[in-house]
Design a protein around this ligand. Sequence first.
Ligand code: ADP
Ligand code: MG
Length: 253
Amino acid sequence: MKDAIIVVQDLVKYYDHFEAVKGINFTVREGEIFGLLGPNGAGKSTTLEIIETLRHKTAGKVWVDGIDLDENPQAIKQIIGVQLQAAGFYTKTTLVELIDLFAGLYNATVDAYQLLESVQLQDKAKAYFKDLSGGQKQRFSIATTLINRPKIIFLDEPTTGLDPQARRNLWDLILKIRDNGTTIIITTHYMDEAEILCDRIAIIDDGKIIALSTPDQLIDQLVASGFEKQKQVKQANLEDVFIQLTGKQLRTE
Ligand code: ADP
Ligand code: MG
């Protein structure tokens, strides 16, 4: 496929004798938001971490922007952005200092204030990571993926544990990053989120991909197979009630 930026072919991962990823195939297209959905333990993080060069695969092939993972993992590292673990966010270092620190690691030059502004954290430039709200922490963590101006970023459950407002705020940020031309791979357990954000989705279960398509087509296929909802769907859901009552604006800032 001409516009494929990630190609995963017959990927297998064993942890000792346990086969966590059982020969999966998929491609991610340049400029799309690609969702990896599936129950806990399905193999999503393992798959992402292999593509991110952080974990060794057992078998199969991976190409990122035409670069063969077996031949040049370093070159792949340079064009991807990965969310750094909060453990690395030293407590006595401000957000601006952290960005400068990571830029140094990447050998990249970055305007830390501008980057913070792009994730609505300009007012927190001198704050410590530990003092941020959950949503702010996630936005900062996403900002760190952008430091080396990557072609692709990987977001593993970026909205888990956030309140509805912070979750929506993060959706806007993720869509903005995609609209700026960055390809995004995301995992989430929220299906509403996947439906809104993802251009295409792979559903992975027990180490195997069991469906891959656009959200629209997956829903249409289910309906075409004769599926009917048990209950009449209401015009709104409880989350709509919550957002309507408490407002869309972020609270914790
Ligand atoms: P997901 O992200 O979809 O929840 P993971 O990729 O984290 O799934 O895990 C897939 C399976 O591999 C799970 O059964 C998990 O327990 C197992 N697993 C993950 N990491 C390790 C590891 N380092 N050692 C052994 N088993 C692991
Ligand atoms: Mg996971």
